[in-house]
Design a protein around this ligand. Structure first.
Ligand code: AMP
Ligand code: ZN
Length: 313
């Protein structure tokens, strides 16, 4: 297989673009398409301060790399979830983000969930009997917004890719979940204390972000979050990849078709947001979901500590 641009040996075949590219031609193509998505959805401009939420995985570190390479003012933000038992997942991820921050010579903000909430994500899971991903999603959304507001960023960028978005859309469509469908878009504009959120890699597949990371020698963490094992989204991704294999371009078609029809799901009267009585972050009720979670953890925590000391007797 030859590179379409220079005819040397191709390293990636992208049937959905009818394009194969070599090691040298790939990064310029990838950066040009990143810029295209940023412009298409008016995500941000060169004078904006961008907070890139980095997990230590390939997508978000590749995003930080691409934005800095394109000359954007982009700093990193890592949320230490405390998922460390046995595999040291969060610790490894934090080290990868810190190293990368040195490489791109940009600051990395870090928030540690156990310090803020009083319990790590696995502990929150045990204390609340919520599935781990629900507590984790809640604290991630909360800290991304709070840190971007406190540190004066204009926009939060996440590394969600085409495979992520299509899997979520597939799930939302299976249930025809109007509320989630209305919120699924690569740009969520700033409103009432909520910072603007964008997904510049919306049109890149996992294969494309992986190849960008490898070509640019980005040292990312390959481990999946242990709580994601067996997740429904992975099952959807598998089905969708089979479809894409037989019908290249299906992922993009599904997502773009939805974007055209999305207006039909957006309510003309969005729910009103007011500041949380405890922390001031926007919420639909009196106390926000995060503060309710912290209260719950604090209520359960003393009981848990005395349980532990009893069992160690
Ligand atoms: P995930 O929900 O794990 O698929 O991650 C989606 C995106 O959320 C990533 O591409 C990152 O931009 C962001 N993200 C995930 N985990 C973290 C984390 N621990 N700290 C900061 N950002 C994260
Ligand atoms: Zn609150």
């Amino acid at each position: 297989m030859k590179c379409r641009k220079c005819h040397s040996k191709a390293i990636i075949n992208m049937p959905e673009h009818r394009l194969a590219l070599c090691q040298t031609c790939y990064s310029p193509w990838f950066l040009e398409h990143t810029e295209r998505a940023i412009k298409k959805f008016s995500m941000f401009m060169h004078h904006d301060r961008i907070l890139v939420a980095v997990s230590g995985g390939k997508d978000s570190l590749a995003l930080w790399h691409a934005l800095v390479t394109l000359g954007y003012d982009a700093d990193g933000f890592y949320i230490d979830l405390g998922i460390d038992e046995d595999i040291s997942y969060s610790n490894k991820s934090k080290q990868a983000c810190l190293k990368f921050s040195e490489r791109v010579n940009r600051p990395l903000h870090i928030v540690t969930v156990a310090e803020e909430v009083g319990a790590s994500v696995p502990e929150i899971k045990n204390l609340t009997r919520r599935v781990a991903c629900s507590g984790c999603g809640l604290v991630k959304r909360y800290f991304m917004n709070r840190t971007s507001l406190e540190a004066g960023y204009d926009v939060i960028a996440t590394g969600h890719n085409l495979d992520d978005e299509v899997a979520v859309l597939f799930g939302n469509t299976l249930r025809w979940d109007q509320e989630y469908l209305a919120r699924q878009y690569p740009v969520l504009d700033e409103r009432e204390g909520l910072k603007k959120k964008v997904k510049p890699f919306i049109y890149f597949t996992e294969k494309q972000t992986t190849v960008y990371s490898l070509v640019n020698k980005i040292a990312y963490v390959r481990d999946e979050c242990p709580f994601a094992v067996g997740a429904t989204s992975l099952y959807y991704k598998d089905i969708i990849n089979r479809l894409e294999h037989d019908m290249p371009g299906s992922k993009r078609q599904f997502l773009d078709g939805f974007f055209k029809a999305r207006d039909k799901f957006v309510s003309s009267e969005p729910v009103e947001l007011t500041p949380c009585s405890q922390c001031g972050q926007p919420t639909t009720g009196d106390l926000c979901a995060y503060c309710r979670l912290v209260e719950h953890v604090h209520r359960r925590q003393p009981q848990r500590q005395s349980d532990e000391s009893c069992s160690s007797l």
